[in-house]
Design a protein around this ligand. Structure first.
Ligand code: HEC
Length: 238
């Protein structure tokens, strides 16, 4: 299972915990008649809150590690995800501090809790939600929609190897199929399917991956046609 899958599954529990926490509080504060006791609702809210915090810390750690490695090359989706997550963390910390230490502001807590929930949902949608959507989309992708073949450049595998070393090796092994940050690229064009997206393993789909990556890989739009041809010539030798 890929790390993205693990993170996305954690994210589903994260959003579930947020949902449970918010429903408990809504029933506690907003319902005149309840079937469940207030004490139980408060307890459930706390437990869901702890699960939420643990998952928030864990996924933030994974994301920061990835961000530190990719640097500025992240997609606009990832930027939006990052900004929303920061806002979420700040409002959440403020809310917890008020509950614990600054009780004069308690009246703001319910609205802050709702903001935390809304932000959590946005953060989830721009990461795990997007991931599940992508997986679904490729399952239904029609093989006919492919870009028109462009003028063929003769690739030079040696130049490609040098390019690979400077641009790709930080995330991909060239000599094995195991995952580094992305899948290992040994035998990449000798198999039937690409390792991650499961699209047919061909030159067009490698080009597509470089221009509009399937998920979290940075885009390499700045590569020239010649450089792409060199890289592909090298990938063919793996
Ligand atoms: C910052 C890390 C990173 C860098 C740098 C990187 N990749 Fe990737 N690569 C990934 C990740 C993560 C995936 C998994 C799919 C995705 O996120 O799009 C991936 C997937 C792939 C795939 C498989 C796509 C599929 O559909 O299964 C290929 C091929 C690939 N990368 C080629 C390259 C090449 C060539 C370079 C250098 C020009 C490169 N990558 C640079 C992280 C990276």
């Amino acid at each position: 299972m890929s790390l993205f899958m693990v993170k996305s599954i954690l994210a589903v529990f994260f959003i579930l915990a947020a949902l449970i926490a918010v429903i408990c509080m809504l029933s506690l504060m907003g319902k005149a008649e309840r079937k469940v006791s207030a004490q139980l609702l408060r307890k459930m809210h706390r437990v869901a809150g702890f699960v939420f915090t643990a998952l928030l810390l864990l996924t933030s750690y994974f994301c920061l590690k990835y961000w530190a490695m990719v640097g500025d090359q992240i997609s606009t989706r990832a930027v939006l995800h990052g900004v929303l997550s920061l806002a979420l963390i700040i409002v959440f910390i403020l809310k917890i501090s008020i509950v614990q230490y600054y009780k004069q502001f308690l009246r703001f807590v319910p609205i802050m809790g709702m903001i935390v929930f809304v932000l959590s949902f946005m953060v989830f949608s721009t990461s795990a939600g997007f991931f599940f959507l992508r997986i679904l989309a490729t399952e239904h992708e029609s093989p006919e929609i492919s870009e028109p073949p462009q003028t063929l450049h003769q690739g030079n595998a040696e130049k490609g190897a040098a390019l690979f070393k400077s641009k790709c090796l930080s995330c991909h092994y060239a000599d094995k199929e195991e995952n580094k940050h992305g899948p290992g690229l040994k035998n990449i064009l000798k198999k039937e399917r690409l390792p991650f997206s499961k699209r047919p393993a061909n030159v067009e789909n490698i080009k597509k991956q470089l221009k509009t990556p399937f998920l979290a890989m940075p885009s390499f739009v700045s590569l020239s046609q010649q450089e792409i041809a060199d890289l592909i010539a090298y990938l063919k030798t793996l």
